[in-house]
Every structure is written in structure tokens, then in C-alpha cells.
Design a protein around this ligand. Structure first.
Ligand code: NDP
Length: 446
């Protein structure tokens, strides 16, 4: 790293102790934007790195609620408003027992650059709670969401901060959160995205992150005159992103042979068809069951506790959570012939894994580029809400597709300009960073 970059990274580690995921995300970005500081010293003069690694605001609050058996429960709520240089704060809410400040800060930091890449006017934020919706009744989830929003409502608004879903936050949770915000404020504004169609949601928003990650893989393959037809693909996770990644791969003629959850993965060598995927959607979204049941239903292998990366395939779509591919797993993937990785989840590859992919010239789409389709379509949902309009499926999907093509182009061109064509980590970080950094300079020191 250059002196400046190294110095700021050390300060970040010093000032934000016990936040390893945040350090990791900062390191990944800072390492790859180093050449920008050599070319454009103004960024150092304006102390952009010191400012961009410090959230504009962090809100931490108590979320008390009562479980069905009458016991008082207390969770922690967090909202990190990271950067508003290019638009109102925007980023999802995650409900998962692993949630802590460091994880939300890593996600908010990443979100800033991702939102910049979409070309839409959206700043970066993230939030969530250590609440675990798994095993809770609908009434418990509702009471939790109402309590969470009873505090959060003061800090969000359609032109201020617009949260969305993430792990553990789907249409059900967004509905309860929106209902409570509206009750408290007496306003009907696009304060959340990922809403159901009946009250302002957008077609294709549920599908957008998964579809977008597949569109990104398609663009990467196009640079090698190749496509997804006939390719064996690994998908991890079995939630929102995994489901619609699978659907789009199947549409484009690829074969998805794995899905997983935090307990293990299934291997279906014949491929997951549309019919089998319909079973997964019902299993996960309605019955809220475990992926193990897929193996029982269709008579395929279930690997408890394992990860899909040991199965030979040409393409991988990690779509569950952060750090789900380490250096050894990346080597295994490459040794088994994998040459395309498109990250649907946020930061699913460790820094060691990314190094393996780059050294082996894998077509590697980092999350801030490859999974930006979700937030981009959230932006399209807001555009429809603000104009009192709703667009048909074709229009939203076309816009999403165009945005993913443009993100790929921006990342590819930046990688070329900085001498490493096809290094999308470098390209996405530089392209995302420069827009936000320039906007910060134009707006003075704040
Ligand atoms: P869901 O809650 O719908 O699904 C998450 C899936 O990942 C589940 O199968 C879950 O299994 C698994 N998972 C979660 N945590 C872990 C863990 N610690 N270890 C192993 N498996 C785990 O979330 P999404 O599909 O929405 O999100 C998946 C990823 O995509 C996240 O990284 C998220 O940040 C990212 N993302 C999502 C976007 C969206 O629009 N939804 C947008 C951009 C990024 P289990 O059921 O056992 O917990």
C-alpha cells in the first residue's frame, strides 16, 4: 500500500477495534484504490480516506419486545448512515444473531461504493439487529419489527434514509416495519423498499439481486466469447438471492447442482429444475423449513455442516453470507475447474480467496458490482413511488439488465485504465470510489 493508504488503514484498525469484518472490507477497497492516489493527489489533500472510512452517523438502540410466552426480550438495533455524498442513505436491514456493529459497518461501507456503481443517486447505509426470526411466530416477528421501528422512525424518511431487506428481512418484515412507520408518522412515503406490490413494491425487486448476479456473470463470460449454456453451477444459500440466481441460471441454460443453508448443502447432480425450485420457494418462504428436506423430497445427497465448494463445477454463485469461501476452498474450486465466480452475497470471499481467484485469472465479480442489482431495483422502486407510477415486469427487468451491463462496463474500463484489464475488484473499487470522493470534494469539508 502507499504510505497514505497504509497510514489510514492502521488508523481504521486502531480506532475500530474488534471489528474484523469492517477492517477486511476497508482493506479490500484501500488495497485496490492505491493507484488512484498516485495519479490524483487531491484525494489525499482533502483527506478523503480518513473521511470515507468514518460513518457520518451511527445509531444504536434498545429493542424490547414480548415473546408469545409472555417473557420480555431485549435485542439491539443498529443503523449506520455511512455516506450521503451522492444521495439519501440507502441500504438494507439484517436480522440475524451474528449481527454486531462491525458487520453492519462493513456492509454500510461496501454499500456506499455499490450504490455509486449503480449510477443512481443513492448514499450508503446499513442496519439490523441480533434478533433471529428463525423459529419465531408471525406475531413475535411483528412485535419485534414494531418495537424496532418505534425507535428507528426518527432517523429515516423517503428523502433521508431508505432501508430495505437483507438476511432475515423479507416482504413480511418490511410490511410490519412499514406499517409501524406509517402509524407513527401519519405519512405514506417510500421510506422502505422491498415492499409488497399491493402498497408500492416493484415487480422484479424480489428477483433483482439474484438475476443481477447472473447478468453480471453473463457479461464477464461475454468478454471471453462464452456464456452460461450447459455450465454446471454451484449456488450457496437458499434464501432470496440463491433462489433467483438459480431461476436465472436455469433460464439461461445453465445447471445449478447445489443449494445450502447454515446446516448443510444438497447436491442434485441432475440439476435444479423450475419445478424443484418451486418446491424450494415454498419450503423456504412459506413453510420456513430447512434445505435438508429437499434431499428427502428428491432423493439426492445431503451434506450436513458442509459447503458446496467441494463439488466440481465451472461457475460459483456464493449467495449466503460473508466469508463463506476461504483460501483453501477457493483453491479447491479452481482445481476442480471453476473459472467464473459472481458474488451474490456480500463479501462471501475472504481476502485470501480473492487472491487465489485473481492469481488464477478467474472471472471474479466482487459483490459490490455483482450483487448491485438488488439496490439498483430498490432505486427503481423509489422512482416509481415518487412518480406515482408502476412499471411492468419487462420495463423493470430491462432497466435492471441495462444497469448490470453498465456496472460491468464501468468496472472493466476502470480495470483497463489502471493496467489490469479484467480485474473487477480493482475496477469496481476505483469506479465506485471516484464518484463518491469527487462528490465529497465538491461539497466542501463535512
Ligand atoms: P436470506 O435471509 O433470504 O437468505 C440467507 C441464506 O443464507 C439462507 O439460506 C441462510 O441459511 C444462509 N445463511 C445466512 N447466514 C449464514 C451463515 N452464517 N452461515 C451459513 N449460511 C448462512 O438472505 P438474502 O438471500 O437476502 O441474502 C443473502 C446474501 O446476499 C447476504 O450476504 C446479503 O447481504 C446479500 N444481499 C442481499 C440482497 C437482497 O436483495 N436480498 C442485496 C444484496 C446483497 P439459514 O436459513 O440457515 O440461516
Amino acid at each position: 500500500m502507499s504510505d497514505y493508504v497504509e497510514r489510514v488503514y492502521e488508523q481504521v484498525v486502531e480506532k475500530n477495534q474488534a471489528q474484523p469484518e469492517f477492517h477486511q472490507a476497508v482493506k479490500e477497497v484501500l488495497d485496490s484504490i492505491k493507484p488512484v492516489f498516485e495519479k490524483e493527489p487531491k484525494f489525499e489533500r482533502h483527506k478523503i480516506l480518513e473521511r470515507i472510512t468514518e460513518p457520518e452517523r451511527v445509531i444504536i438502540f434498545r429493542v424490547p419486545w414480548v415473546s408469545d410466552n409472555g417473557e420480555i426480550q431485549v435485542n439491539r438495533g443498529i443503523r449506520v448512515q455511512f455516506n450521503s455524498a451522492i444521495g439519501a442513505y440507502k441500504g438494507g436491514l439484517r436480522f440475524h444473531p451474528s449481527v454486531n456493529l462491525g458487520i453492519i459497518k462493513f456492509l454500510g461501507f461496501e454499500q456506499t461504493f455499490k450504490n455509486s456503481l449503480t449510477g443512481l443517486s443513492m448514499g450508503g447505509a446499513k442496519g439490523g439487529s441480533d434478533f433471529d426470526p428463525k423459529g419465531k411466530s408471525d406475531n413475535e416477528v411483528m412485535r419485534f419489527c414494531q418495537s424496532f421501528m418505534t425507535e428507528l422512525y426518527r432517523y429515516i424518511g423517503g428523502r433521508m434514509d431508505v432501508p430495505a431487506g437483507d438476511i432475515g428481512v423479507g416482504a413480511r418484515e418490511i410490511g410490519y416495519l412499514f406499517g409501524q412507520w406509517k402509524k407513527i408518522t401519519q405519512r405514506f412515503e417510500p421510506v422502505l423498499t422491498g415492499k409488497s406490490l399491493e402498497y408500492g413494491g416493484s415487480l422484479v425487486r424480489p428477483e433483482a439481486t439474484g438475476y443481477g448476479s447472473v447478468y453480471f456473470a453473463k457479461e464477464m463470460l461475454k468478454t471471453k466469447n462464452d456464456d452460461l449454456k450447459g455450465k454446471t453451477c454451484l449456488v450457496s444459500g437458499s434464501g432470496n438471492v440463491a433462489q433467483y440466481t438459480t431461476e436465472k441460471v436455469v433460464d439461461l441454460g445453465g445447471k445449478v447442482v447445489t443449494l445450502s443453508d447454515s446446516n448443510g448443502y444438497i447436491h442434485d447432480p441432475d440439476g435444479i429444475t423450475r419445478e424443484k425450485l418451486a418446491y424450494v420457494l415454498e419450503l423456504k418462504n412459506v413453510r420456513r423449513g430447512r434445505i435438508k428436506e429437499y434431499a428427502e423430497e428428491f432423493g439426492v445427497e445431503y451434506h450436513p455442516g458442509g459447503q458446496p465448494w467441494e463439488i466440481p463445477a465451472e461457475v460459483a454463485f456464493p449467495s449466503a453470507t460473508q466469508n463463506e469461501i476461504d483460501g483453501d476452498e477457493a483453491k479447491l474450486l479452481v482445481d476442480n475447474g471453476c473459472f467464473v465466480v459472481s458474488e451474490g452475497a456480500n463479501m462471501p470471499s475472504t481476502i485470501e480467496a480473492i487472491d487465489v481467484f485473481l492469481e488464477n485469472k478467474v472471472l471474479f465479480g466482487p459483490s459490490k458490482a455483482a450483487n448491485a442489482g438488488g439496490v439498483a431495483t430498490s432505486g427503481l422502486e423509489m422512482a416509481q413511488n415518487f412518480s406515482f407510477d408502476s412499471w411492468n415486469r419487462e420495463k423493470v427487468d430491462q432497466r435492471l439488465h441495462r444497469i448490470m451491463i453498465s456496472i460491468h462496463k464501468m468496472a472493466y474500463e476502470a480495470s483497463k485504465e489502471y493496467g489490469e484489464p479484467g480485474n473487477y475488484v480493482l475496477g469496481a473499487n476505483i469506479a465506485g470510489f471516484k464518484k463518491v470522493a469527487n462528490a465529497m470534494i465538491f461539497q466542501g469539508h463535512w
